[in-house]
Ligand binder design. Structure first.
Ligand SMILES: [Zn+2]
Length: 119
């Protein structure tokens, strides 16, 4: 939240910093910046698009497969979700969530890629 005392300016292509599982990422977006405290906020209608770009940046940074890629690869290897979950050391629900597009830690990514023979 901003201090509510400064003028808020619209900034285009502003580098918004994120930290996901310790990975530092910058996503450019059109945001509002308080001239006094530098607090950054984003219009609610832009949040979804920002999230998608952040998701892409994170996956690119750790070279993680997308949910669709995980599912496709798992099936190509003839693995059930339960078998993949066992190999990665997580629950079946977790594998299902990754296949729906939920992101995962760099450590889970390393184990997942090994299990899918992508590493
Ligand atoms: Zn402020």
């Amino acid at each position: 939240m901003d201090c509510r005392k400064g003028r808020v300016k619209i900034r285009r292509k502003y580098p918004v910093l994120h930290d996901i599982f310790g990975i530092k990422l910058t996503v450019l977006d059109r945001v509002y910046v308080c001239e006094r405290c530098n607090a950054v906020s984003i219009g609610w209608h832009r949040v979804a698009g920002h999230g998608i770009r952040l998701d892409r940046a994170y996956r690119a940074a750790i070279q993680a497969p997308t949910g669709k890629e995980i599912r496709k690869r798992r099936k190509a290897l003839g693995l059930t979700r339960a078998a993949l979950a066992e190999a990665v050391g997580v629950t079946e629900d977790k594998i299902a969530s990754w296949e729906r597009g939920v992101i995962f830690s760099p450590e889970d990514n390393a184990r997942l890629k090994q299990a899918l023979k992508l590493a």
